[in-house]
Design a protein around this ligand. Structure first.
Ligand SMILES: Nc1ncnc2c1ncn2[C@@H]1O[C@H](COP(=O)(O)OP(=O)(O)OP(=O)(O)O)[C@@H](O)[C@H]1O
Length: 623
């Protein structure tokens, strides 16, 4: 076949494959290699597809190279014959000489300083139909061969009531056309009740699906998380309740299309909250491992968390905001102000199992960005017998050698009064706090950061809170300490337990109903079914909320600035109130995988003058 090459019409494929320029990768044998002179609009381009890149270089009249655009094959979305458009809706104009390539394009900064991904569209004009067909065949072959990790079939759950109730519309207009373009089929479930997605994943047949995707907020993500982890443990015959058990890492990837009022997990793992960016990460099969914290009470699993488990201020804000749901998202600001003004602190005993300090520290001024060295070295440590590059696709129990013991190592114990106690498995950055709760935390190193804010005066605490919104170091305060940990226990000091029990007895005497629920809870304990299978946690939550609401009703009767502050707070676990105060948290390294790649270099940071004294070089490290 005669294929027009860079030398013009009639150059043979052999001529074209000569190693004549800098893009030649030395691979004479690369079956995907193809090069031609094509047109984009009226301009001539030398277009090359090699094993790893598809690139086009503008030529001047003397055939000299001008500007080059190069796209990794892994970031090609699809190829269409003819003149195709995808937005605002798919339209293809038949043409024998044209083909259109869709690829990932980094766009403007979105919501912080991270870049949005958009769909780049380039229409190439060939000199013959043969050449056009040749290019389409080669590009599609490249897509197939070089993108083994791309999903083929997805199970999508849409929460029609999440955020601004635009989930269905977002999926129909922004997500579905891109999946179709990429040749990915999707089975869509629009949820009709809470926990439907979780139950579906736990109970229904999932053969053939390469991933589950939620269109919603952090609550929907949590459903998928519990479903995927629960199912994996069921299939592996492991008990989720035992905190010493090494859980089986999950092969089914999770995708998040942000459409909620809080989309923190998406922001912390992608860098922006944007449905198109997230869809593109799913399409190209990005894979980001994620640590998960299991939260236990009396050897029963209560919940899983990936973002934050917080007691004191963060628990109080959540509980207060629940009373003001009618305010919409504004309720968090309102409740934050009220809880700040109420100036509370709580007694507690905190015990933790420190992580090995030789690998990283919460104050080493690094950021966990895409391709993070600390996380990839952790992969080798967590999965020593597996090929680190291939463990993205599958794990087996025998390969998985995570340190399961909570008894080895020395537990450190601290007691005192705290404004807040928080454990986070990731930086927990969000648009309002672009560096997050713990800026140097890692997504996938098998550790969490324990932040203890001891009781202090109101201005000191305000300073601490304010530093989350700028580049100042929130840990550089005398009443704040941070520890990188593998596990944490929290309990009330003995005296506090007694007074709390007294309160409960008082309340118990006032209402038989509460006692009835307790008994039901007790009845569940001996059988201890999987939290994910069952409804133990759910019932526990209701019970806990009941206790808490009753107590709060009394505490808040005279407003948050009431003279008698409660002696016990509640735990906020990724936006859900936990029904227990005494808990044990264990971090499970890389337990799940998301369709994401972490925050790309230069993303997720704020504009900050390099070398600014206050940022202590943090900005320099990741701009
Ligand atoms: N059809 C449904 N009806 C009612 N609740 C649902 C439905 N589908 C999902 N949910 C529940 O709604 C909760 C919130 O959903 P999601 O996280 O998507 O939205 P959100 O607006 O960010 O939530 P939040 O109200 O917590 O800010 C989830 O915990 C989920 O379990």
């Amino acid at each position: 076949m005669q294929i027009p090459g860079r030398l013009g019409e009639g150059a043979s494929e052999r001529q074209i494959r000569r190693p004549f320029d800098s893009l030649w990768d030395g691979s004479e044998m690369d079956p995907l290699w193809v090069e031609s002179v094509l047109r984009v609009g009226k301009k001539r381009y030398r277009v090359i597809l090699n094993g790893l890149h598809f690139s086009w270089t503008q030529l001047d009249k003397q055939n000299r190279d001008k500007k080059t655009v190069s796209v990794p094959v892994s970031e090609l979305i699809g190829v269409e014959e003819g003149k195709a458009e995808i937005q605002p809706q798919k339209k293809v104009e038949e043409s024998e000489l044209h083909f259109t390539v869709f690829s990932v394009k980094r766009g403007r900064h979105g919501g912080g300083s991270a870049r949005l991904w958009t769909v780049g569209r380039t229409q190439f004009t060939c000199s013959s139909r043969d050449l056009r067909d040749h290019w389409v065949t080669k590009l599609r072959a490249a897509l197939r061969e070089k993108s083994g990790s791309r999903p083929q079939r997805l199970l999508v759950f849409i929460n029609p009531f999440g955020g601004k109730k635009r989930g269905v519309q977002i999926y129909r207009t922004l997500v579905s056309p891109l999946l179709e373009l990429a040749g990915i089929s999707a089975h869509v479930v629009v949820t009709e009740r809470a926990n439907q997605a979780r139950d579906h994943i736990l109970k229904k047949e999932l053969t053939g699906f390469d991933g589950v995707v939620c269109v919603g907020g952090d609550g929907m993500f949590s459903e998928l998380l519990h479903g995927v982890i629960g199912r994996t443990q069921q299939e592996a015959g492991l008990s989720e309740h035992d905190p010493t058990v090494t859980l089986q890492p999950c092969n089914l990837h999770i995708g998040i299309i942000p459409a909620g009022s809080t989309d923190c997990v998406c922001f912390a793992t992608v860098g922006v909250n944007d449905p198109v960016t997230s869809t593109l990460h799913i399409i190209i099969g990005d894979s980001q491992p994620l640590d998960v914290c299991s939260v236990h009470h009396l050897n029963s699993l209560v919940r899983y968390s990936v973002s934050m488990v917080g007691y004191g201020f963060y628990g109080d804000v959540l509980a207060e905001s629940e009373r003001h749901r009618w305010m919409g998202p504004l309720r968090y600001d309102y409740s934050g102000c009220m809880m700040y003004l109420s100036n509370r602190s709580y007694s507690g005993v905190v015990q933790f199992l420190p992580a090995d300090p030789q690998y990283s520290s919460p104050r080493d001024n690094t950021r966990c960005l895409s391709g993070c060295r600390v996380c990839s070295e952790s992969t080798e440590r967590l999965f020593p017998q597996s090929d680190a590059s291939s463990n993205a696709s599958s794990y087996s129990t025998s390969q998985y050698s995570q340190d399961s013991s909570l008894s080895d190592g020395d537990w450190v114990s601290l007691e005192g009064r705290f404004r807040c106690v928080s454990l986070t498995c990731m930086s927990s950055s969000c648009p309002r706090s672009p560096l997050g709760l713990s800026p140097a935390a890692h997504l996938a190193d098998g550790t969490g950061d324990l932040i203890l804010v001891r009781d202090t005066h109101a201005m000191g605490f305000l300073k601490y809170l304010h530093r989350h919104t700028n580049t100042e170091d929130q840990f550089d305060l005398p009443f704040v300490e941070v520890h990188r940990v593998r596990a944490v226990r929290f309990s009330l000091p003995p005296g506090e337990v007694e007074s709390d029990e007294e309160e409960k007895v008082e309340e118990g005497e006032k209402g038989m109903e509460e006692g009835k629920v307790e008994l039901e809870g007790e009845r569940d304990r001996p059988t201890r079914r999987s939290v994910s299978q069952q409804h133990l946690a759910e019932r526990g939550e209701e019970r806990g909320m009941g206790d808490y609401r009753k107590k709060k009703k009394r505490d808040f009767l005279c407003g948050p600035c009431c003279s008698r502050a409660p002696s016990v707070s509640v735990w906020n676990c990724d936006g859900e109130i936990l029904p227990y105060t005494d808990i044990l948290c264990r971090v499970h390294g890389q337990l799940v995988r998301l369709f994401a790649r972490g925050i790309e270099d230069g993303a997720g940071t704020r504009n900050c003058r390099a070398g600014s004294r206050k940022c202590k070089g943090r900005c320099v490290l990741h701009t």
